[in-house]
Design a binder for this molecule. Sequence first.
Ligand code: ATP
Ligand code: MG
Length: 433
Amino acid sequence: MKKSKTILVNGKDFPLSPDRTEVLDILIGAYPNQTTFSRSEIKDATDGYLPYWIKSSKYPFKEKEVGGNGVVFNLTQVLGGYNGGYSQGGDTVVPIPIKKEEPVGVAVPATAAPMNMPVAAATSVNLLDEGIKIIPEKMVNYVPFGHYKDVKKIIKSKIFFPVFVTGLSGNGKTLMVEQTCAALKRELYRVNITIETDEDDLMGGHTLINGNICFREGPVIKAMRKGAVLLLDEVDLGSNKLMCMQSVLEGKGYLIKKTGEWVTPKAGFTVLATANTKGQGSEDGKFIGTQIMNEAMLERFAITMMQEYPPIKTEVKILHKEMELTGDVDEEFCKKLVDWADIIRKTYYEGAIDDVVTTRRLVHIVNAFRMFGDKLKSISMCISRFDEETRNSILDLYSKIDAGVDLNAENPFDPNAPIIDDDLSDDENDVPL
Ligand SMILES: Nc1ncnc2c1ncn2[C@@H]1O[C@H](COP(=O)(O)OP(=O)(O)OP(=O)(O)O)[C@@H](O)[C@H]1O
Ligand SMILES: [Mg+2]
């Protein structure tokens, strides 16, 4: 015999047997926007039948009527878990049928509307519900380095083992976690933490869905249910509201206070966090907004990985692959850029310079070069966010590394100069002077 679907109500199994779903369907049909019903409302809809399970003390349905003397039956949790009706729990808000071959993470239009939906159900919003797998895409130009292998071993083991990855900006911390999950075909919930991030953002909260107040689960609960990898990106930007993660960081699960459900993580669930600091704030003020993280929270991370900029050979390979994406590779330029960045970083570590050229910035330079075909212009444009002194000195350094670039012969990009578009001067509509 086929077993009925079971949902959890206050931690207890509630089988959705055919006679129960029949009653739920009747109630949904009769009272589309309602989750709590009076005795007479139920009886009206069911021809005088009040099911035993609604009255049962095993479940918390029976409640005192607000502002009255009677009782009402609160079926919020049941209707939330019942896929044919409302959705306040872990189930899909709008059932989004996913075919296996559909591209991962692409918004899929809803094709079926719950029968009680009072408004148009069609939506192209990807609610990241159960049917959608959010496995990151593999980057053909990704070059593994540093702690990649270790992170891979950790995620592959399916052992709960929270990892804190720290390092300067733009050296591939986030990408490493993303690409490890891509390689292992594991789902990744990347949550960017800010000072505003709170328990609702992480665990979920009540929201209005098609006219109903529903509990929508947050990324942490979703990742736990699916045994996915959770990435708390830029975790050191968060406030002490992140403390709601304590039991999750112990691998123990979480009590959703708003629904009373205890969610236990599925095997494979683990947490990684990235940060520019070690959670002790930013001494030199470079990473404004970073917070001194709660010691007890940091203590829950099993290990800390220090991510450095890639070694010279690896970084050359990264630039090489980036260039390869759309055209010819200028080996020499790649090598010179990396040598240049390496010297700047060493000078930065010695405290003689205020800014550092990140791997991310080198990739930007390579992309600018692919578009403009001019090395000096590309470098100048990409470093113009630095203060004038730093900009001039590192530009000067590049001209010393690359003899083919002459700061005097060519006119480096001046961020304040008016933009003159060469193409426009050739325009046939130009009026001759
Ligand atoms: N191993 C790599 N292979 C290819 N590209 C890389 C690699 N590491 C870094 N990059 C390049 O550097 C960019 C920045 O990487 P990422 O966003 O992961 O840095 P991050 O360390 O998380 O920086 P932040 O601390 O600012 O968040 C990437 O978008 C990519 O272009
Ligand atoms: Mg990052």
